[in-house]
Write a protein that binds this ligand. Structure first.
Ligand code: AHG
Ligand code: MN
Ligand code: MN
Length: 321
C-alpha cells in the first residue's frame, strides 16, 4: 500500500518500477502534465488580481465562448506537453485539429485534454479543473485518438478547488494528491480512492428535465427523490465527478432536445472520468454501453454520460432500459 504523503513525482517513479519493461517515457509524460497543472493552478489562484478573468472575445470549435483562462490554460498545456518530447500528438477542447509537436516525432503517447473545465464558474470563484487522457500511439495520425477509453494508459484530472488536487490512474487504482503550496509539491492525500457502493446525492442539470430525450430518466430521478436523495450540481464536471468519487451517488449529463448527443465530450471529458470512476470501483454508461467501450469516430464528439456508484448506475439502467 502506498505511503501517505509521498509526492507525485516519486509515486510516478515507483509505479514505473513495478513494470520492468517501462522506458520511463510515461513517467516523464505525467510529470509534464503535473508541471503544466501547477502553472495553471498558480494563474487560477491569482484570478481577480491579474487580468485573466472574462471572455477572450472568441468562439471555440464547439461554438462556445472562450474565456481568457481557457485560452491561457490551453497555451500552458500545449507548451509544456510539447516541450516534454513524450507526446506524438496533442488534442484539446480548444483546438479544432491536433498538434504534432516537433519534439515528439518518435514519442509513444498521445494526449487529449480539456485544459480548463467549468468555464462558467471561472468568474465566480467556484471550482474548475483540467482533465486529461493518455493513449499509446499506434499508427501515427489522428486515428491514434480514436481508440476506446478502455485502452487509456493513464487518465486524470486536476481540481482547482478549496485546495488543488491531482487525481490519477494508470490502470492500477486511483490516487489523489493535494498540492502543498508552501513547497509546490503534490502530496498523496487520498491513497487508493474507492467510490462508495451507494451514495445519497444525484448531480444533474435538472433545469433541462423537460428537454431530456432519454425515456425513464425523469422517473428515475423521481425515485431518487422518494428515496431521500439530495441534489448537488456545481456545473464543473471535474468538481461534480470529484464529489461523486468521494461521496458516491450519480452524476449525469444526458442527451436533450438541444444537445442531442449530450453536451460532454467523449475524448477529454467522459472517457477519462469514466476510467477513473471504474478504476475506483464505480460504473460509467451512455445509457446503452459502458463509456469505455465506445470507439470514437471524431475528436470532438459528444456523448450522454452517467457515472457513479454501482448501485445508482444499475438502478438507472433498470429505469431506462
Ligand atoms: P467546459 O467549461 O470545458 O466547456 O465544460 C463545461 C461542461 C462541464 O464542466 C459541466 O459538467 C457542464 O458543462 C455543465 O453544463 P450546463 O451548464 O449545461 O449544466
Ligand atoms: Mn469541460
Ligand atoms: Mn474546457
Amino acid at each position: 500500500m502506498a505511503k501517505l504523503g509521498i509526492d507525485l513525482n516519486r509515486f510516478i517513479l515507483e509505479e514505473e518500477r513495478k513494470h520492468p519493461k517501462a522506458t520511463g517515457s510515461l513517467s516523464i509524460a505525467l510529470m509534464a502534465v503535473e508541471g503544466a497543472a501547477k502553472i495553471i493552478a498558480s494563474h487560477v489562484r491569482m484570478a481577480g488580481l491579474v487580468d485573466v478573468l472574462g471572455k477572450a472575445g472568441k468562439v471555440n470549435v464547439q461554438g462556445e465562448e472562450v474565456q481568457k483562462l481557457d485560452e491561457l490554460s490551453n497555451e500552458i498545456m500545449v507548451k509544456h506537453l510539447s516541450d516534454s518530447g513524450q507526446f506524438y500528438a496533442l488534442a484539446s477542447e480548444e483546438m479544432e485539429e491536433p498538434v504534432f509537436p516537433e519534439q515528439g516525432k518518435d514519442a509513444q503517447y498521445v494526449i487529449a485534454f480539456d485544459p480548463l473545465d467549468g468555464s462558467s464558474n471561472i468568474d465566480v470563484n467556484v471550482s474548475i479543473g483540467t482533465i486529461f487522457s493518455i493513449h499509446r500511439r499506434i499508427n501515427g495520425g489522428v486515428e491514434d485518438f480514436l481508440q476506446e477509453g478502455k485502452k487509456q494508459v493513464a487518465a486524470g484530472y486536476i481540481i482547482y478547488g478549496s485546495s488543488t488536487m491531482f487525481v490519477l490512474s494508470t490502470g492500477n487504482g486511483v490516487n489523489g494528491f493535494t498540492l502543498d503550496p508552501s513547497v509546490g509539491m503534490f502530496l498523496l492525500s487520498h491513497p487508493d480512492m474507492k467510490i462508495p457502493q451507494k451514495g445519497k446525492i444525484y448531480s444533474i442539470n435538472e433545469a433541462n428535465a423537460k428537454k431530456w430525450t432519454q425515456p425513464g430518466l425523469v422517473e428515475y430521478i423521481d425515485r431518487l427523490k422518494e428515496e431521500g436523495y439530495t441534489a448537488r450540481y456545481i456545473g464543473s464536471m471535474v468538481a461534480d465527478v470529484h464529489r461523486t468519487l468521494i461521496k458516491g451517488g450519480i452524476f449525469g449529463y444526458p442527451a436533450d432536445r438541444k444537445n442531442t448527443s449530450g453536451k460532454l465530450r467523449l475524448l477529454y471529458e467522459a472517457s477519462p472520468m469514466a476510467f477513473l470512476v471504474e478504476q475506483a470501483g464505480g460504473k460509467a454508461t451512455d445509457g446503452n454501453r459502458d463509456i469505455l467501450d465506445i470507439k470514437p469516430t471524431d475528436l470532438h464528439q459528444r456523448t450522454p454520460v452517467f457515472l457513479g456508484s454501482p448501485k445508482e448506475i444499475d438502478q438507472l439502467l433498470e429505469f431506462i432500459k
